[in-house]
Design a protein around this ligand. Sequence first.
Ligand SMILES: Cc1cc2nc3c(=O)[nH]c(=O)nc-3n(C[C@H](O)[C@H](O)[C@H](O)COP(=O)(O)OP(=O)(O)OC[C@H]3O[C@@H](n4cnc5c(N)ncnc54)[C@H](O)[C@@H]3O)c2cc1C
Length: 700
Amino acid sequence: MSQENVTPDLARERSKATFDVENLAEFMIGGRDRLKRKRFLQNIAIQDPFFKKQKSWSFCSVEEQYDMGLSKSIYIQKKLQEMGITDMQEAFYYRECAAAHENSPLGLHYAMFLPTINKQATPEQKKKWLPLAENYKMIGTYAQTELGHGTFIRGLETTATYDPKTKEFILDSPTLTSKKYWPGCLGKTSNHCVVMAQLYTQGKSHGPHMFMVQIRSMEDHSVLPGIEVGVIGNKFGYGTNDNGFLSFDKLRIPRENMLMRYSQVGRIPRENMLMRYSQVSRIPRENMLMRYSQVHEDGTYVKPQNAKLAYGSMVLIRSSIVSDAARGLAQACVISIRYSAVRRQTEAYPGGEEPQILDYQTQQYRLFPLLASAYSLQLAGKYVFNTYLEVNDQIEKGNLESMPELHALSAGLKAFSTYEASAGIEVCRICCGGHGYSQASGLPKIYVDVVPGCTYEGENTVMMLQTARYLMKCYSRAKQGQKLPGFVQYIGQNLNKKSCMSEEVALGCLVMAYEHRAARLVEAAAMRMQSLIQGGKKQHEAWNGSSVQLFWAAKAHCHLFCVKNFVDAIQAKSLSSKTVTVMKSVCQLYGVHGILENLGEFMQDGFFSGEQVGYLQRKMLALFENIRPNAVALVDAFDYPDMVLGSCLGRYDGQVYQALYDYAKSAPMNQTEIHSTYYKHLKPLINPETTSDAMQFAKL
Ligand SMILES: Cc1cc2nc3c(=O)[nH]c(=O)nc-3n(C[C@H](O)[C@H](O)[C@H](O)COP(=O)(O)OP(=O)(O)OC[C@H]3O[C@@H](n4cnc5c(N)ncnc54)[C@H](O)[C@@H]3O)c2cc1C
């Protein structure tokens, strides 16, 4: 990043750093070559006049935002093609910079529609749809959520009823609450969508299945008969995205439009069933690859044998949400910490210099733990993604041994990270004082982009309870003396021990404390369930009656994972000893602050003494002092160019006041000396004798 014009405050901060920022930046991204490549690709976007001339999104109406989002998306895609970039990670680096937080109206085409065809379609279906989708003849999305149901997928009401006479499905939205509601890119952009609907065949319901449905003409984009589609109106954020509603009036679609890689229905010639995992009968049973579901020749539907196969794609999506949340929090920390190093406020004593607000201990108390959290969550997202890649081959071969653990962890981490990041971004905004409230800070935009991650792809509480379900299974296995896999081995451990914490606050003692807390909360939730069942409650009543404790247990499990993973990650050989020293402080702060924020859970059974809590409190304050000289260098190591941050406060050069003033000057309302509303409202108020029609009307 250019060192030109950097404010003396930021220049001094950087010169004080005790470690090599490049070393940490390379570690975080996964190597020197990758960092170089990322910078190369992002520089192309930074230099491109197309992006330079774009109006700030914050001065646009929702319709303008949608228009701009679409034009940018299409431009970005063309550029990626021109540059021959096919690698997902490389495309991400370019897009991250070029799109600068704008949620693409084509986002779900790439993120859900194309992958769904790739993963769920038969070879014939792929052959038919993929070229059309890749060439933007088909533009699609994924429509699952309805007005009445999102979380409870089995409760979806859209029906797809098979008619064997015509070999068609009839899609119908029989109730108001069955209308699809929320899917991104649905209202105005897509001409196709994958619809999740309840499958009925031979008079029976077989649960939700996916269907490819054309909703608009590929010639003139008109809405097809039997379909009603539109946008759901303005939202908290996501102005560039046309989240929509959709309903069907007995719409007929060909049988081949059911995504049938894993399940089939209806009579079709045997030779047409080129399904990887499903086969028709009349071959030896043991020859059948029946991992998912199958249909007999008479059209009988056979349900999937192993629902866990769907875990793979869920883990992948959730790991990407963890990384997105971590990125949002990291960017908010960059903005707030750089600004806090430039902003000066309140002379410490009469006539004294006003300190940088970053020197206030209370500012450090709010920002440094978030900085630690941003590192921890980024490392957690990386771990889940890399582990997914490692086990993916085994999944494809049907070996699902390690999947339940990873699946449960990814569900909990998705919730844990989005909660932590959303709350943290808001704290970063508040730490910027008044300017944090301006869109010019970039923080409101980051917040509204990250916070829906608490809801989509599994509502957070529901995700935590999913993790808790797995923890309960582990607990009961541990009580039966069975060995638990990898990371959950702490469950069922002896709880009659005390913390080894000393003044030094060793990382090992921090990990032990988090293990103890998680093990105790898992046990407490299990005991509560057990006692409710023994007291005569039904299983589901006992579950609901224990769900707060189950939630606590799942949260403690995720927190433990983040601490442990952080401790393991900083042992990496690629980190220099100076970087390790700094990162050890950051990691310690993450652990210490987490304990102090949840003290009751660590102290309830006397695991910590009051004296040990004193060690932790003193250590936290000492860590603030340790981290302070490196705070700016630590956010620099996230390596976000200004274009990605989109913030007047988080600029690398620290020229925040000029940037804020320029932003204000560029506001559309400042482009005229007198605003049109003066003639309409103010003039008649100030000079009633020149009363406008409106005033005369009001007087009447
Ligand atoms: C920005 C955005 C984009 C979206 N994009 C898409 C999209 O592209 N495609 C799509 O299909 N959908 C999309 N959605 C919808 C989203 O997936 C759902 O909103 C989400 O799954 C949550 O479901 P819900 O709205 O039914 O929440 P609800 O389930 O109604 O949640 C409401 C409350 O009830 C609680 N609750 C519900 N069930 C339980 C339970 N079993 N135990 C305890 N508590 C429970 C929840 O914790 C929550 O507090 C999007 C949503 C948003 C906000």
